[in-house]
Write a protein that binds this ligand. Sequence first.
Ligand SMILES: C[S@@+](CC[C@H](N)C(=O)[O-])C[C@H]1O[C@@H](n2cnc3c(N)ncnc32)[C@H](O)[C@@H]1O
Length: 241
Amino acid sequence: MLQIENKSLFINQMFTRIAKKYDFLNNIMTFNLHQIWKKQAIESASVNIPYLKHAKVLDLCTGTGDMAQMWAKKPQVSKVMAIDSCPPMLEEAEKRQRKIKEPWATKITFMPGDALELPFPDDNFDAISVGFGLRNVADLSRAIQEIFRVLKPGGFIVSLDLGHPEQPFIQNIYKNIFLNFIPLLGSIFAGDKLAYRYLVDSLETWPKQKELSQMFWDQGFTRSYFKDLMFGTIALVVAQK
Ligand SMILES: C[S@@+](CC[C@H](N)C(=O)[O-])C[C@H]1O[C@@H](n2cnc3c(N)ncnc32)[C@H](O)[C@@H]1O
C-alpha cells in the first residue's frame, strides 16, 4: 500500500494531469448518470436543510464543483465552501463558476484544502458532501475524524463513491467492464491509461459500503446507513452527527 505522503502526491499529480478532461471523461464513462447520483447524494444529506434559514455546507474533494453547484441552488443554503487539494481541479471549477450568471453561483467559495486537515473550526457546517473523494484520501479514518469535527451536531454527511456489488453476476460484469473498459477509455480520451487504471485498482483497498458505514458509527456518529445505486456498483453512505 502507498504511504500517506506518497499516495497524496500520486493522487495530486494524477488529478493535475486529467483536470481539463475530467468532466468530459466523467460524462462519457457514466453516460452522464453521475449527475443523477450526485443529486441523490445531495438530497440524502439535506434532511435538516429545509428547516434552516442560512445553512452553511461543505463540499469536500469538490473537483470541478458539480456538487457545490447543486448545494448552491438550494434556497436555504447561504454559503457553500468547496475545497480540494488539487489547484488545477479548482481552476476548472472556478472557470465553470464564472460562466454562470445566476445569483446562486456567488454562494460558492472554492479554496485549496486537505481533507486530512480541514481549515475550519469545530461544529461549523450544517451538512457535508463528498463525491468520489474519500476513496482517494491517504488516510480514510483521519478524513472521517475531520468530517466529524467540523460538522455541527445533528448535521448530515454523505459520501458518494464506487461500491462493491453483492450479486456474483453483477460483480462479474462490473469487474470485467471496470478492468478493461475504463482504462481503455482513459487512454483513448484522456491519453492517461495510468490514471484510469488507478480508478480500478483503488477498489481493492476501498471498503465495502457496509464497512464504510460502520466507520462512521465507530467515529461517534449517531446514525449511519448506506444505500446502493446501480446494483451496488455505486453507493451512498449517509451519517448524522
Ligand atoms: C474523483 S475526483 C471527484 C471530484 C468531484 N467531487 C466529483 O464528484 O466529480 C476526487 C477529487 O478529490 C480530490 N482530493 C484527493 N485527495 C484529497 C485530499 N486529501 N483533500 C482534498 N481533496 C482531495 C482530488 O484532487 C480530486 O479533485
